[in-house]
Design a protein around this ligand. Structure first.
Ligand SMILES: Cc1cc2nc3c(=O)[nH]c(=O)nc-3n(C[C@H](O)[C@H](O)[C@H](O)COP(=O)(O)O)c2cc1C
Length: 456
């Protein structure tokens, strides 16, 4: 038992006692666990008795490092995760019980005492250089200035501001993001996924076998709001990091194309050096039986029409990245040569649109049968996609950068995508579940990762 772990648990206990009677903790925990649905009675009883035992030991002070796994779970669902973060302990960075808006203002994870660096080495990306090619992709972990600052402090250098729209758009009904504890290994590329995920599911922070499912529906503040926030975020990143901005259009056919171009222009106006097009959202609502549409990039003609229109609308100096879902061999080979003349980079993969149910058989996300699976479950599809994308780049005439993501939860999975030829590697589910992921990757690979260049 390390003294540091015990001391951190004691610090959390003292802060918790300062907030109110620890006897109330089990009820707060169970309120969180049952916020969106109820576990089966036996499971609920087991969770209740574990929380009651813990609360009894917290009351007497007989707690130590060995209690951390349970303490973390109980405090996360009881709404006290900030106490763990304040003590420097790992906790998932996003409060899945809270709403999208509440979370925008408040990253949950611990703030590192020192920003991890790779000793001044730099890597080339999209015409600039970055201090280490790890990042957080477009997702709710990059939805505001507070998050961008948090991620930069955590060591991430390639941030993509969460997909924004040309008008305000509410999030889908909660829950929006849940763990999938049964999905502990990767699906093979191309496999369809059926996932069991309960709103109370849990995977401990730092477990590299983490998968999650999400169904946010690409919420967006109104342009006046996100443009001002984006301008502040861009000013906050510093010269060894890059902040891209993801945008998405609305509507069908010509309306969709026009709205993509208009929204991309708004991002450019706010100062975006690189615009990323979300051509791969798995969570757009529709009146279909599944409740959502397939990702746009499955339709190559519609995708190219959007990218062409955006390229025409943007200043030549603004970088353009197309973000894709996993596509099979013929679809990727047909689409990439059409995109290459228009873009500076291709990003992928987005989450895998998957059928998601609770353990009692009901839909995890009300009204939406399909949601986006990511984390280790999509690691092999992401590697497969990246290798094929890099091969298409080598076979073609024009260069484009590759921003790879999907299943990066530890240094080895980061390195695998980089070694496959990616210019930068990003993590969403891994960054959510492990607040120290960038630091671990930089510590493991900062001095040895190839393709570094002289700092400018
Ligand atoms: C909660 C959540 C929200 C996301 N939102 C977006 C988004 O707004 N735009 C987008 O292009 N991708 C979005 N993504 C997809 C990620 O950017 C990434 O492509 C995907 O999660 C695969 O990486 P991972 O396995 O590291 O999670 C989201 C992913 C998650 C987990």
């Amino acid at each position: 038992m390390t003294g540091a772990g015990d001391a951190a648990v004691r610090e959390v206990r003292a802060a918790l006692v300062g907030r109110g009677p620890v006897g109330q903790l089990p009820a707060a925990f169970l309120a969180g666990v049952t916020r969106f649905a109820r576990p089966a009675p036996a499971e609920l009883d087991a969770q209740r008795s574990a929380a009651e035992d813990l609360a009894a030991r917290l009351a007497t002070g007989e707690v130590g490092e060995q209690d951390l796994p349970l303490l973390t779970r109980v405090l996360f669902f009881a709404g006290h995760a900030d106490l763990l973060a304040a003590a420097g302990l790992p906790v998932p960075g996003y409060d899945v019980l809270g709403g999208f808006r509440d979370n925008l203002a408040r990253p949950l994870g611990p703030r590192l005492p020192e920003r991890p660096t790779a000793g001044g080495r730099r890597w080339r990306l999209l015409g600039r250089t970055v201090g280490f090619p790890i990042g957080v992709p477009a997702c709710v972990l990059n939805g505001s200035e507070a998050w961008v600052r948090h991620n930069v402090a955590g060591g991430y250098r390639v941030l993509t501001y969460k997909t924004v729209r040309g008008r305000e758009h509410p999030p889908n009904e909660q829950p929006n993001w849940t763990f999938a504890p049964g999905a502990r290994s990767s699906l093979p590329p191309g496999a369809a996924a059926e996932v069991v995920s309960d709103p109370w599911s849990w995977v401990p922070p730092g477990d590299p076998a983490v998968s999650t499912v999400n169904s946010f529906g690409v919420p967006s503040p109104a342009p006046e709001e996100w443009m001002a926030d984006l301008a502040r975020s861009l000013a906050a990143v510093g010269d060894d990091a890059l902040l891209l901005v993801s945008v998405m259009g609305e509507g069908d056919g010509a309306d969709l194309v026009t709205d993509f171009a208009r929204t991309a222009r708004l991002a450019e106006e706010a100062g975006a050096p690189v615009v990323e097009l979300n051509l791969s959202c798995p969570n757009t609502l529709s009146a279909s039986a599944d409740g959502v549409k397939p990702p746009l990039c499955l339709d190559a003609d519609a995708t190219v029409a959007v990218v062409e229109a955006v390229r025409r609308a943007l200043d030549d100096r603004t970088g353009l990245v197309a973000k894709l879902s996993w596509l099979d061999e013929p679809a990727l080979a047909a689409l990439v040569p059409r995109l290459v003349p228009l873009v500076d980079g291709i990003a992928g993969i987005n989450t895998l649109q998957s059928r998601v149910r609770r353990s009692d058989g009901a839909a995890t996300f009300p009204g939406r049968e399909l949601a986006g699976l990511s984390g280790i479950a999509i690691r092999e599809p992401a590697l497969d996609f990246t290798r094929r994308l890099v091969a298409l780049r080598a076979a073609g005439r024009a260069h484009f950068d590759v921003l790879a993501m999907g299943g990066v939860t530890d240094p080895a999975s980061f390195e695998a995508l980089f070694t496959a030829g990616a210019d930068a590697v990003q993590s969403a589910a891994g960054a959510f579940a492990d607040p120290f992921l960038a630091r671990r990757c930089i510590a493991a690979l900062g001095e040895t990762l190839p393709r570094a260049v002289e700092a400018p």
